[in-house]
Design a protein around this ligand. Structure first.
Ligand SMILES: [Zn+2]
Length: 397
């Protein structure tokens, strides 16, 4: 299996120049040895605003797109969809460029053809040196941008029980004109690497734009979220001390955790999606994490699964059959995400899972959403994953 980090790792600076040329970019020398400047093919402009940083292997478009991975640049240059389908196409394009073959069916994951790929030896080496490898850092934005927002804490979050002081610690602000709660993202050093927001405009929330990067005067403050963990700057000392990290999905869980346990005890970080990457594992390893606790949202409805399990397929309506299939896929996806994480961290740290098989949490709730008492109960019931089979057995055939 080869993942996005490993593919990026295989790209030398010369390869980057070549693939950018193939995509139609012109290049010029950077202001220092660490950068190469390209024309902004990410948004089809001929101005030299797209910088490639050799040390972090990331791109920064200073006119509109913000911080990007190679895959994001390919998505922009080829006008692919900005979703998982588009990502898959970009991934394929990038792999084909480097002659990395993607074999087998997609659901079985990406595989490398060992005989054909001369880069494989390097890959094996890379796998064994991961632990000592220093963490690469992303380019950052100027902190001054934060001054344009209003220093208020969203009433909605206060009503959800998040302490205002937590809002200060995490620099939560409000952008009144856009009805957005502003969430600055800092990397492990404290550099501002992106700004996301929680939209409160119903029209945006309904279109799946609840949490997105913000855009100001045409510049998007986005970054590849798989290259950070939200809260790592604020919580790193707590994590170093306890050797423990809780991984949640949304930024809000990190804030609620701070309210529950105080700033000296908050070890909750957010992936801002259900994806956990090798880069994120390495970040945690650099802090000495021994116990990793996965506290993802309740993306499954067991009562519906039970209901359908007890009814013969024949007697279901078409709508019910579709719902049954959807619910099974949803549950299996959740388990598959856990399997992927286990495969990444196995041998490096212990992995625990916080889940809720009853109705203490509602559908799509985070384990932090029903108060401290419920969280503590679920935490004390956490499962230590001892083998991949243990998770695979949960998959519904
Ligand atoms: Zn751009």
């Amino acid at each position: 299996m080869i993942d996005r980090d490993e593919v990026i790792e295989l790209f030398s600076d010369e390869d980057i120049v070549d693939i950018m040329k193939q995509l139609g970019a012109d290049k010029k020398r950077g202001n220092n040895d660490n950068e190469i400047i390209f024309t902004s093919i990410c948004h089809h402009s001929s101005s030299f605003k797209l910088y490639y940083y050799k040390d972090s292997k990331t791109f920064m478009c200073y006119s509109s797109c913000g911080c990007m991975s190679l895959f994001d640049v390919v998505i922009g240059a080829l006008d692919l969809q900005n979703n998982s389908e588009g990502f898959k196409e970009a991934f394929k394009y990038v792999c084909e460029f480097k002659n990395i073959s993607i074999m087998g069916q997609r659901k079985k994951g990406f595989k490398i053809n060992e005989r054909e790929d001369k880069d494989l030896d390097f890959l094996k080496l890379h796998r064994t040196i991961t632990r000592e490898k220093s963490i690469k850092l992303l380019p950052s934005y100027n902190d001054k941008i934060l001054k344009i927002f209003d220093n208020y804490f969203p009433v909605e979050w206060e009503e959800d029980g998040i302490d205002k002081r937590v809002g200060e610690r995490f620099e939560i602000k409000i952008y009144f004109s856009q009805m957005q709660a502003i969430i600055p993202h800092r990397d492990i050093r404290g550099e501002l690497i992106g700004i996301r927001c929680r939209n409160f405009k119903n029209s945006l929330v309904e279109n799946g734009l609840k949490y997105v990067p913000i855009e100001i005067e045409g510049l998007t403050y986005k970054y590849p979220i798989s290259f950070n963990l939200y809260g790592i700057y604020q919580n790193k000392e707590n994590i170093k001390r306890t050797k423990k990290a809780i991984i949640a999905e949304s930024e809000k869980s990190t804030l609620i955790s701070d309210t529950f346990f105080g700033k000296e005890n908050n070890t909750t970080l957010a992936t801002c999606s259900m994806n956990f990457t090798k880069y994120q594992r390495d970040l945690l390893l650099s802090l000495g994490v021994v116990d990793l606790i996965i506290a993802y949202d309740k993306q499954y409805e067991l009562d519906k699964l039970d209901y359908y399990e007890n009814i013969p397929l024949k007697s279901l309506t078409i709508e019910q059959k579709m719902e049954r299939k959807k619910k099974i896929n949803e549950f299996n996806n959740y388990i598959k995400k856990l399997i992927k994480i286990f495969n990444l961290v196995n041998g490096y740290m212990n992995m625990y899972v916080i889940s809720c098989w009853d109705d203490r949490l509602d559908y799509k709730d985070s384990p932090f959403d029903k108060g401290k008492e419920i969280f503590n109960e679920l935490y004390s019931e956490r499962l230590l994953v001892e083998s991949v089979q243990q998770l695979e057995e949960e998959l519904i055939k």
